[in-house]
Design a protein. Structure first.
Lengths: 250, 68
């Protein structure tokens, strides 16, 4: 299937950036478990999570081809609106200082503290708990990546492009994580979520409209216009809601 | 059973954070669908409702969170 060429790079970029955020979050948990309990339970849980993800993709992937395109665009559009605007809302509130910024170093410290507390209480079951923790992290963050790939790629036959962006992001994070052995707190996650929230919301409006029979002016290029509008409105929302840093509440 | 319920809750959490925002988005989509059905010859009206409705939902959700 060939997709609209105008959409190839926006789809690859959105899939790459969104997957980068998810992969960084999964890596933080895997690293925390590995440091507290060793690489074996952490790796086993992560691999099991990847295996279940692969099974889900293999089992459900072929079904996509049987769904009428209009219906697929409509359903994906609504899910993208829910998912993307949820990200965008949180990114606006973080940028405005209404809620605290997400910090991988803090997430890492919290996760290791929880695991150490569990170790103190129940040493015998800890390997099992450690594996389950990485399994859940990889599966949940991975499901988000799979959703993003399908949502961005399926509506125009760009699944391969979207998958390429997502795989590149996951490999890059895994590689850097293996080399540095600590959470990637320097990745500007909040800014990435802001950008990705805008892109996913723009795609969501586009697909939902197409699914309802709206012929957008400029066809696929309308997405760029929607992204610009979402960016302008979000920036205005940040400016209106901005608070001093000390006021941010968790 | 608890594990399954927790998993479903986490899955739903991927799409719904602020329930009011999710409800507003669904309402905007329904309204867009109704307008697209009633006025098929001017689909851009429905498109405009969808875009403006989503932006309004976002802004009102941010404003609500800001007031808390």
């Amino acid at each position: 299937m060939t997709g609209g060429l105008a959409l190839v790079w926006p789809v690859i970029t959105a899939a790459f950036l969104a997957s980068l955020v998810e992969a960084v979050e999964a890596l933080t948990i895997v690293l925390a478990v590995a440091i507290v309990r060793g690489w074996r339970p952490a790796g086993l849980g992560a691999l099991a999570g990847l295996a279940v993800l692969a099974l889900i993709v293999v089992a459900l992937g072929p079904l996509l081809g049987h769904v009428p395109l209009r219906l697929l665009q409509f359903v994906i559009g609504i899910l993208l609106l829910l998912f993307g605007m949820r990200w965008l809302r949180k990114a606006i509130l973080r940028a405005a200082g209404v809620i605290p910024l997400h910090d991988e170093a803090t997430a890492f410290a919290t996760e290791t503290a929880e695991l150490r507390e569990q170790a103190r209480r129940n040493e015998a079951r800890l390997d099992w708990i450690a594996s389950l923790t990485t399994f859940k992290a990889v599966l949940l963050e991975g499901l988000e990546v799979v959703f993003i790939v399908i949502a961005l790629g399926a509506g125009r036959g760009l699944l391969v492009a979207a998958s390429g962006g997502a795989v590149a992001a996951c490999l890059a994070v895994a590689l850097v994580g293996l080399i540095v052995h600590r959470p990637l707190s320097r990745v500007p996650e909040n800014s990435l979520k802001f950008v990705v929230g805008i892109m996913l919301s723009a795609f969501g409006v586009f697909w939902t409209g197409e699914g309802l029979g709206v012929a957008w002016p400029g066809s696929d290029l309308a997405i760029v216009g929607f992204a610009a509008i979402f960016l302008a409105v979000s920036a205005a929302a940040v400016a209106l809601a901005r608070r001093p840093k000390a006021e941010a509440v968790s | 059973m608890t594990v399954l319920i927790n998993a479903l809750r986490e899955l739903a959490g991927l799409f719904v954070d602020d329930g009011a925002l999710a409800l507003m988005i669904i309402a905007v989509v329904v309204l867009t669908g109704v307008v697209a059905t009633l006025l098929p010859e001017v689909p851009l009206v429905a498109g405009g409702i969808l875009l403006l409705g989503c932006l309004t939902a976002l802004l009102s959700s941010v404003a609500r969170a800001n007031r808390r």
